[in-house]
Design a protein around this ligand. Structure first.
Ligand SMILES: O=C(O)CCC(=O)C(=O)O
Length: 286
């Protein structure tokens, strides 16, 4: 398994990341990492965490499963977080001195699932605030452009506060104790209907193979993934990384995933940097 990046991240890729808020990076993780994450995901689906939830279940029992912060119980995820080139990748793109791991999230669609992730920005849901964030979105199976996660380039630079979706409503099995958000009190406008006119927003997405990844800023508008062919599943592992300017923030509108309780348990307070064994500093390697 490659521990270092298989090649240098180019200046152009770094500039694209900062200009567009998103960049496709092909062939960054070798088969060893993909197999390891597939094993981890298998364990994760068999033994979900308390946060896990089915987001969608249709009349043909096709599902979309989500889980988050499972890494502490899954050694395959730990190996990826501490030893894969992911942290280094985030550090190079963010031009940060230090990178901490924030959390993992998985998005698993059964073959033919038609559920499409609502368009949203991540940062307003999170228990942190800052520009220096990077999600690494990795499909563990091939995915076509029309089913992959899509992005509005440049939208990470806008300061608009949107009335975003409450993902807690995605709960067909009626799970209790689900994180909820309500942006209506603070939102300046509704989230635009991007699917109605993707050209107008310059929406981008890509055909991808296992080993490719997309790195994106948590402020970018993204969504639209899903709508699979009958025989096609989609298993995605994402890791969230934070750099120099990120600080803890607890939001009155709610958070999802809400880390405020666990942060408080670990002695972390609003305004502080992430740290402790919960959000380990992974790069540079000590
Ligand atoms: O893969 C998906 O459908 C959604 C991923 C996403 O929204 C995220 O990683 O922030």
């Amino acid at each position: 398994m490659n521990i270092e990046l298989p090649r240098e991240i180019t200046q152009e890729e770094i500039e694209t990341y900062h200009r567009d808020g998103v960049v496709l990076l092909e062939g960054m993780f070798d088969d060893g990492w993909i197999e390891l994450l597939k094993q981890g995901l298998h364990i994760n689906c068999e033994k979900p965490t308390r946060r896990a939830r089915t987001w969608d279940r249709d009349s043909q029992n096709r599902t979309m499963f989500w889980d988050s912060q499972a890494w502490r119980g899954i050694k395959e995820y730990q190996q990826f977080i501490f030893h894969s080139p992911a942290a280094q990748l985030a550090g190079k793109l963010l031009r940060s001195k230090e990178i901490n791991f924030f959390f993992d999230a998985v998005f698993v669609r059964s073959p033919g699932a038609q559920f499409s992730t609502p368009w949203h920005q991540d940062e307003p849901y999170w228990s942190i605030e800052g520009y220096d964030t990077c999600t690494i979105w990795m499909p563990l199976v091939p995915v076509k452009k029309e089913s992959a996660l899509a992005y509005v380039p440049g939208s990470h630079l806008s300061s608009q506060v949107f009335d975003q979706y409450n993902f807690g409503d995605l709960n067909p099995d009626g799970k209790t104790d689900v994180d909820q958000v309500n942006f209506s009190g603070i939102a300046e406008e509704s989230i635009p209907d991007i699917d109605e006119n993707p050209e107008r927003y310059g929406v981008v997405s890509w055909d991808m193979e296992p080993g490719d990844c997309i790195a994106f800023n948590s402020r970018i508008l993204h969504g639209g993934s899903g709508k699979l062919a009958e025989d096609q599943d989609l298993r995605v592992f994402t890791s969230k990384w934070v750099g120099d300017d990120v600080r803890i923030k607890f939001r009155e509108c709610g958070m999802d995933p809400d880390h405020s309780d666990i942060m408080t348990q670990y002695g972390l307070k609003p305004g502080e940097r992430l740290g402790t064994e919960l959000y380990p500093r992974v790069w540079p390697k000590s």
